[in-house]
Design a protein around this ligand. Structure first.
Ligand code: GAL
Length: 337
């Protein structure tokens, strides 16, 4: 009897070991499962590092994809808005589902976060003064004619987040967006504005809940979206894509000495095969690997426009070579430990 228990124990231990091994590398473009074995559903996402834990927030893309009738000038494929998910991890490989961080409104069709609306590209930062976690996101109507930025707040990183409302910062359109919190505690909201022709970067209020009147037009008339801003050795870098809907295109990075400074559009950070279409993906975030110098993760979405739920994550190492950010394709890899 004892022997049988020992055998069972050994078998289940090796099963758990193998299961853990399967996740022990990042495999860009493959289905990525959480530690419960369910595909991670966190698109257009961003990552917060807090108390030695990474929190990955993203759009929940669930159910049937359809094309919005009446929108003919571009391929407006969409799913019902299912809210924002949160996953946590210590090692960037094994992710635990923390639940829905921001739930959609199922009843009030006039609500910004009603399931018939668009809730995209959520990003979360922590405010050291108010001790609140602040989420910003792109809020839109199904034809993307609303172009607002929404804000939600929580006491805990994983949520639940309470939706506070949305606006057009300084009366300007806001679509694809990201947040950047600088070392001095100042935070910035970066968004495609002016009908996606020009980006804006706006200093947020001290509590991060409102835009201030301090903003700058950048990448003027360059038609950029999918912004991902990060800092390395005192300089600021902004990776963006061109505006081609769900279809991939060539990424570019820009460089500046200050978030509100002069942004110089430079080059494609991606190299090698399919670099001109960002390895069939679109930027969403650049995550500095905590405690590692010159080690970043380029996070992108490989959208499947006719089945958005099956969109995949392209996470690749980004390193600086000759003072330039460089991203190279890897079938599988492990972040620096
Ligand atoms: C992309 C944008 C996505 C989503 C999509 C809708 O250009 O980056 O976040 O809004 O358009 O077609």
């Amino acid at each position: 009897m004892k022997k049988r228990f020992l055998l069972l124990g050994l078998l289940s231990a090796s099963f758990l070991f193998l299961h853990a091994q399967q996740n022990a590398m990042i495999r860009p473009g493959e289905i990525w499962k959480d530690i419960d074995g369910n595909p991670i559903n966190a698109h257009g996402g961003g990552v917060l590092f807090h108390n030695n834990t990474y929190y990955w927030f993203g759009e929940i893309k669930k159910g049937k994809t359809w094309r919005v009738p009446g929108v003919t000038s571009w391929e407006d494929y969409r799913v019902d808005a299912s809210g924002i998910s949160c996953y946590s991890s210590k090692d960037l490989l094994h992710w635990k589902y923390e639940g829905i961080a921001l739930s959609p409104d199922k009843k009030n069709s006039t609500s910004d976060i009603h399931y018939t609306k668009v809730i995209e590209r959520p990003k979360v930062i922590y405010n050291d003064k108010t001790k609140k976690f602040v989420m910003w996101m792109h809020i839109d109507k199904d034809d993307y004619g609303y172009a607002h930025a929404g804000v939600a707040i929580s006491d805990k990183p994983e949520g639940p987040y309470r939706y506070l409302g949305s606006e057009q910062p300084n009366g300007q359109m806001s679509r694809d967006m990201t947040l950047f919190k600088d070392d001095d505690g100042k935070a910035y909201h970066i968004y495609s504005s002016e009908s996606n022709q020009t980006m804006h970067i706006c200093l947020l209020s001290d509590d991060y809940l409102k835009p201030t009147a301090t903003y700058k037009r950048i990448l003027v008339n360059a038609n950029r979206e999918a912004p991902a801003l990060f800092k390395y050795k005192g300089k600021y870098y902004l990776i963006t894509s061109l505006c081609t809907g769900w279809d991939p295109n060539k990424a570019l990075y820009a460089e500046a000495d200050h978030p509100l400074g002069e942004w110089k559009q430079l080059d494609n950070p991606c190299v090698g095969p399919d670099a001109d279409i960002t390895y069939h993906a679109q930027s969403t975030y650049v995550l500095p690997v905590e405690g590692k110098n010159n080690s970043f993760i380029f996070m992108a979405d490989r959208w499947n426009k006719t089945d958005l739920e099956d969109s995949r994550y392209i996470w690749l190492p980004l390193v600086f070579k000759d003072n330039k950010p460089v991203i190279e394709w890897k079938d599988q890899w492990t972040p620096a430990k």
